[in-house]
Write a protein that binds this ligand. Structure first.
Ligand SMILES: Cc1cc2nc3c(=O)[nH]c(=O)nc-3n(C[C@H](O)[C@H](O)[C@H](O)COP(=O)(O)OP(=O)(O)OC[C@H]3O[C@@H](n4cnc5c(N)ncnc54)[C@H](O)[C@@H]3O)c2cc1C
Length: 402
């Protein structure tokens, strides 16, 4: 209860926060989770696409899976398409509200206390401990984990900085006909800098969404009215939800008695905007470092800095490469995107990449490099020289972060 001294307070009951709470509780730590919403995952703007490996590592009941995908159709701005297919299932589409609740249920089963409809309003850290304030109650703990999603207020206030680059996403549910595979739409007119999608879920419904540099809702409406959706989308069935996705790493993800995980830390695949998997890896690294620090009683920033080293060593370069690929993509015109589609179709590049041992839904860095190298000879000099310059600037063996 709130008068108790907790080992750890977790702010935010998304996948990163609840997984952290689950792991810490299962190791015997006394954990409180504060969540501002009335239940984990309600009203979230997320497509819920995760790899089977990512899903398995949460250990939740498969009932939360709405659909599975082995293939996707990628559309060029003019409507040409490429179908990518693997024999094995590449992704599950989970219902985010049920998924988040299932992880929270696991944490509660291990003894974590959940406080819902209770936003953390302030975090005060001193040499004796941490105090987290809410409108109704005050909580005390030895350490705090910020897992509040992409909201820079706390990290700024605590001197950790903020992630300045982000993408905006908008999504709704639509009734569909005639499609049963994931479709991704490219084009700067339709989804500047990113892409749009239709992701079939259940009972003739799909998630329709757009990621863009800004004005995602406007572009989603444009997508739904476009030739991509004509004859496929019958009607919109839900209100449009919006969310922001960090495109870069928080400068500091630790402090005295403090760690930051998930979107709050910038642990997101900068290629697709997917953050559930990298957030999960971040949680695992946080739990490892924090458990040891709690055991030894040394919760100082120096000790906890091992967390940042560990997670950046795992995914920092991936995040950087994805960010780089995204920056390059943002420089392409629709005509150039069209040209890349033609090159990829007529040279069997998609098949080669799909069959390559580097192909991975979660780890795309090697594939990005292979893709860039396979197409740059076909591109106009102006674009290919940007590709070359950027790739040359990558310190392949270094620990480059975004
Ligand atoms: C349109 C769109 C589509 C996406 N699709 C995918 C996808 O298909 N696959 C994928 O992997 N990722 C996807 N993402 C990204 C994914 O949603 C995030 O990466 C993921 O939710 C991050 O998890 P998290 O636990 O770090 O944060 P969140 O899931 O954002 O959870 C943070 C929690 O903290 C709570 N909170 C915030 N402030 C406070 C406070 N002060 N006090 C208490 N509680 C607080 C919030 O209510 C929330 O429950 C998508 C994002 C968008 C916008």
């Amino acid at each position: 209860m709130s008068g108790d001294l907790y080992d750890v307070i977790v702010v935010g009951a998304g996948p990163a926060g609840s997984y952290t709470a689950y792991k810490l509780s299962s190791q015997g730590c006394k954990v409180a989770v504060l969540e501002q919403k009335k239940a984990p995952g309600v009203d979230i703007c997320c497509t819920g696409i995760v790899s089977p490996g990512c899903f398995d590592s949460f250990g939740v009941n498969p009932e939360v899976i709405l659909n599975k995908a082995r293939a996707a159709k990628l559309f060029s701005p003019s409507g040409k398409w490429l179908r990518l297919e693997k024999q094995e299932i590449q992704a599950y589409i989970v219902d985010r509200a049920s998924f988040d609740q299932a992880i929270a249920d696991k944490a509660m089963a291990e003894g974590a206390d959940y406080f819902l409809s209770l936003p953390a309003t302030d975090i005060i850290i001193d040499s004796d401990g941490v105090q987290v304030e809410t409108p109704r109650l005050k909580f005390k703990a030895k350490a705090v984990v910020i897992a509040a999603g992409f909201k820079p207020a706390f990290t700024r206030k605590l001197g950790l900085g903020s992630v300045d680059h982000f993408a905006m996403g908008a999504q709704t549910v639509v009734e569909i006909q005639g499609i049963d595979e994931v479709e991704i739409y490219f084009g700067q007119e339709m989804a500047p800098g990113f892409f749009g999608w239709l992701v079939p879920i259940l009972n003739g419904k799909a998630l329709a969404g757009v990621l863009a540099t800004s004005h995602a809702k406007f572009y989603l409406e444009k997508l739904l009215a476009s030739h991509f959706c004509q004859g496929k989308v019958i009607r919109q069935e839900a209100e449009v939800r919006q969310g922001a996705i960090p495109m870069g790493i928080l400068p500091r993800t630790y402090g005295d008695r403090l760690l930051v995980v998930g979107d709050a830390a910038g642990q997101v695949k900068t290629t697709t905007g997917g953050g559930i998997y990298f957030g999960n890896l971040g949680s695992k690294a946080a739990v490892e470092v924090l458990s040891e620090a709690l055991d030894t009683g040394n919760l100082g920033a120096k000790q906890l800095s091992r967390y940042q080293k560990a997670w950046k060593a795992k995914m920092g370069r991936e995040i950087y490469l994805g960010y780089l690929a995204r920056r390059l993509y943002q420089k392409l015109s629709d005509g150039q995107i069209e040209r890349i589609f033609d090159i990829v179709s007529s040279n069997g590049i998609a098949g080669t990449l799909l069959d390559s041992p580097s192909f991975s839904f979660d780890w795309q860095g090697k594939l990005i490099l292979a893709f860039m190298k396979s197409i740059w000879n076909y591109l106009p000099d102006k674009i290919s020289s940007i590709f070359r310059r950027e790739i040359d600037s990558i310190n392949i063996n270094g620990r480059q972060g975004a």
